[in-house]
Design a binder for this molecule. Structure first.
Ligand code: GNR
Ligand code: NI
Length: 182
């Protein structure tokens, strides 16, 4: 198991435009495994390669929803998903708010409006093509991860006032963490 360092805002790494994956090979599959280890450890429900310092068009997701929807404490079902060179080929007109967080903006949450359904195309870890319509949290998370491939963070979708509030709270959390660690 290998945990990779997660880059946090305002690191310029997160502003890189990720480049297409050329070869779906064993080296890439090793990176994918390490990204899952890192995402589950964080814990998070998605991770783009650029967040671990590899600006390639690759992301992993696992919503890890509880087995029993009525019992949030029930053990999560593992459903790992890999998206290589993903594209959104269609989106609904209807937009819905969702309170988003990001491992690169730790412990901060804010509502972002996005299309509630998207049709996406991608390759999996075996180089197989997929096209599927996604909705719910899966659609939200895919759009959040695909933003990372363009150097965009969820805070970029907020008004300047809200963004500054989030960044101020982040600075405060970091000051308190720094004080505790010392
Ligand atoms: O763990 C994560 N949770 C989350 C919640 C709502 C909307 C998007 C996300 S993705 C985030 C992990 C992350 O930063 N992925 O880039
Ligand atoms: Ni994120």
């Amino acid at each position: 198991m290998a945990l990779l360092p997660i880059y946090e805002t305002p690191d310029p790494m997160l502003r890189q435009i990720s480049t297409p994956v050329e070869n779906v090979d064993d080296e890439l599959r090793t990176l994918i495994r390490d990204m899952f280890d890192t995402m589950y450890d964080a814990p998070g429900i998605g991770l783009a390669a650029v967040q671990v310092g590899v600006p390639k068009r690759l992301l992993v997701m696992d919503l890890q929803e509880p087995a029993d929807p009525d019992d949030p404490e029930s053990p999560p079902v593992k459903e790992p998903r890999v998206f290589i060179n993903p594209e959104i080929v269609g989106a609904s007109d209807r937009k819905v708010p969702y309170s988003e967080g990001c491992l690169s903006v730790p412990d901060q949450y804010a509502e972002v409006m996005r299309p509630d359904r998207v049709t996406a195309r991608w390759l999996d870890e075996n180089g197989e093509h997929h096209e599927e319509e996604l909705d719910g949290l899966l659609a939200v998370c895919l759009q959040h991860e695909m933003d990372h491939l363009e150097g965009v963070l969820f805070i970029d979708h907020l008004s300047k006032l809200k963004r500054d509030m989030v960044l101020k709270k982040l600075a405060k959390v970091r000051r308190e963490r720094g004080a505790k660690a010392a």
